[in-house]
Design a protein around this ligand. Sequence first.
Ligand SMILES: C[S@@+](CC[C@H](N)C(=O)[O-])C[C@H]1O[C@@H](n2cnc3c(N)ncnc32)[C@H](O)[C@@H]1O
Length: 189
Amino acid sequence: MLKMNTWGMKWDLHMDICPCDAYFNDWVAASKLTGKTFYHFGTGTHHIVGLRQAELGNTVFAITASKEEYDSYVALVAENSLVAKSYLAYFGDIYLSNPRLLPDFDAVTMFHLCEFSHPNTASTEYGGTTDRGLLDMMTDKTRPGGHILFYTRSNGWQASQTIIPTWEKEQPVERVDDFKTLRIYRKKG
Ligand SMILES: C[S@@+](CC[C@H](N)C(=O)[O-])C[C@H]1O[C@@H](n2cnc3c(N)ncnc32)[C@H](O)[C@@H]1O
């Protein structure tokens, strides 16, 4: 029995290094999206996506692989019923995502694609998927007309650029306008 690969750190808000979550919130507001459901890769301890989207009338399903970040989520929603109703974060390894447990989304943030795979992630023993497998799964879970977003300043961006061109050809997606440092695709249909 293998242990789940966790992230033994926590991430507070660093707008100078990693503003992707704030830019996602800005993109949603600029796009006037409301009543939508988003999947978010990487909550941080700040939870600014869940908090802001609650204000904008959207719901967020988000993953963290950090015990401290998950603890901060529990502390947050324990004090705020309205945020608890629209923001559901869970503790897990995104590479172990099971499509049978995921609903469809209007947008998915793949901001940390290619950043957190371990050497054993895609092995049969561990049961995980590859970065391309993850991207395909989340594309399947994106509704037609929905969006898939990448962060072009992430540590995984260089590696992501080796899989995105093939993904773009093989999946029903089209590139739309970038927003700040976010690369954005729309699912056709
Ligand atoms: C650098 S932090 C960025 C957090 C937030 N997106 C931000 O920009 O402030 C990376 C995030 O990815 C999450 N993470 C790391 N490995 C993960 C994995 N295997 N599955 C799911 N989330 C993971 C961490 O828990 C953390 O929230």
